[in-house]
Design a protein around this ligand. Structure first.
Ligand code: ADP
Ligand code: MG
Length: 301
């Protein structure tokens, strides 16, 4: 394929919305029929390990990089058209991995999926820099806060150094009363503004409800913005649901994937404390896993 299909989702500062962006860009494209892989390349501090219910000996990206498994073994289906490749969480594992093997792993995913999103760790370590050069383009994520915007400069520098390309800036958690214009922030970094994602309580709610935002509240402002961003970034046409003015929460309406399901693998008790009535057991559309991952990531910070 001649166009860009592998994106690194990166930021200078942590906690700005990279994981939310990775999950929702991926899901928006998967819903539009594209085959998507999302990969946790934050090797030092696996952010998305809980994407799937991992047992201690589950295969992760670490095993792949250590040469002990194939990328297919570390690929877990989340829902129709979308898979996740989690990282392990053990530092010992990390010491044994060869981040250079990442190139090979990414190339394999590139050949199997229409789009690949790499959820990159914040900061400036080796495993952060490498994916910036491997991706076809880097999506910078920042909130409008000056410190976060400032730290984005480091990511731009690192991307240059890694031989990568910046696709542009996504501003997250924007508010209507912000005092600096979004265009001005992008101008300051000398990168295009790809899109803005408004502050939306549904972002957090979706994590606890067990579905990506774009499924949880498809008409909400952040979900709409993520679909628009996905379309802008890839050129794929993504249908907007008709903005009906139905104020009742319709989060479980449109797709079956939106149904909160019981935890996918029963003996995984440490994660799903928010426990939906244990009644339903639906094993395949494991959007919960996404949410438990993010919940985990959140409780880590
Ligand atoms: P990162 O991966 O960069 O550390 P996350 O995606 O985990 O960031 O997001 C950090 C926190 O911000 C999470 O609690 C998430 O729910 C919240 N968040 C992300 N985007 C939004 C948004 N548009 N509106 C409100 N909260 C958001
Ligand atoms: Mg994250």
């Amino acid at each position: 394929m001649s166009h860009e299909t592998v994106y690194a989702i990166a930021s200078g500062k942590g906690g700005v919305g990279k994981t939310t962006t990775t999950v929702n860009l991926g899901t928006a494209l998967a819903e539009a029929g594209e085959r998507v892989a999302i990969v946790d390349v934050d090797l030092g501090m696996a952010n998305l390990a809980g994407f799937v219910s991992l047992t201690p000996d589950s295969t992760t990206l670490h095993d792949v990089l250590a040469g002990a498994a194939s990328i297919d073994d570390a690929t877990y289906r989340l829902a129709d058209n979308i898979v996740a490749v989690p990282s392990g969480t053990s530092l010992d594992d990390y010491a044994e991995t060869s981040p250079e093997g990442l190139r090979e792993a990414v190339d394999e995913l590139r050949s199997e999926f229409d789009y690949v999103f790499l959820d990159v760790g914040a900061g400036i370590s080796h495993e952060t820099v490498l994916p910036l050069g491997l991706a076809d383009a880097v999506v910078l994520v920042s909130t409008p806060e000056p410190a976060a915007v400032h730290d984005s400069k480091k990511t731009i520098e690192l991307t240059d150094r890694a031989g990568g390309e910046i696709a542009g800036l996504v501003l997250t958690r924007t508010r209507p009363d912000g005092d600096v214009s979004h265009d001005e922030l992008a101008d300051r970094l000398e990168v295009p503004l790809l899109g803005t994602i408004p502050e939306d309580p549904a972002a957090r709610d979706s994590v606890y409800a067990g579905t990506p935002l774009v499924v949880f509240e498809p008409d909400g402002p952040a979900a709409v913005a993520y679909r628009r961003l996905a379309a802008e970034l890839t050129g794929i046409e993504i249908d907007e649901p008709e903005p009906d003015h139905d104020t009742s929460g319709d989060s479980t309406a449109s797709t079956d994937a939106a149904e909160p399901t019981a935890e996918p693998n029963a003996d995984d008790g440490d994660e799903n404390e928010t426990d939906h009535e244990a009644a339903q057991t639906e094993h395949e559309a494991a959007h919960d896993d996404v949410s438990s991952a993010i919940t985990e990531a959140e409780s880590d910070t």
